[in-house]
Design a protein. Structure first.
Length: 165
């Protein structure tokens, strides 16, 4: 006979799934290794790629204010591919017009190398549907503002969540 280990008599969830805590579950039923000092926020990691430093800084600030983490930055498509392979981000934000290798070329290479990583091309140019269907990425116009970017990120990830180690 296999005995299940639960948080407490009132909380019938197994210890293997410590979050989210139910209202009947108290701190007393959480093992000591899961104390609040060991709790950390797991943030989605985003690679920001734009050839203009001011725009990269603006996007980085926007991303971090929303509770996500900027894991790296690149100023062209070649650096984007190198950084993406090294950092393994959860999302890649690419500008379309960049030196050395533009966003469309970089996105098509990244889709082959990292097919499960979502890519958003965030650009001033307005031909998103054609590009999106050709490469298989999401295309957002900078002219629409950052609200569309926030919506897209929320659709992909939802809000940042607490996770126990």
């Amino acid at each position: 006979m296999r005995l299940a280990t639960f948080h407490s008599a009132a909380c019938r969830r197994p210890r293997t799934k410590p979050l989210p805590l139910s209202p009947s579950c108290t701190k007393a039923c959480i093992p000591a290794v899961y104390s609040s000092r060991h709790t950390r926020v797991v943030r989605k990691r985003i690679l920001v790629v734009d050839d203009k430093p001011a725009m990269r800084s603006l996007i980085r600030s926007f991303v971090e204010q929303r509770g996500y983490e900027t894991c790296g930055e690149a100023e062209n498509g070649v650096q984007a591919i190198t950084q993406a392979k090294a950092l393994q981000p959860d999302l890649i934000l690419l500008d379309l017009s960049m030196p050395e290798l533009n966003g469309a070329e970089a996105a098509s290479i990244l889709k082959i190398d990292m097919p499960d990583t979502p890519i958003i091309v965030f650009t001033m140019y307005d031909f998103g549907e054609k590009l999106a269907s050709a490469i298989g990425v999401m295309v957002l116009s900078k002219a629409d503002g950052f609200s569309k970017l926030a919506e897209a990120m929320a659709q992909l990830f939802g809000p940042p969540q607490l996770q126990l180690p």
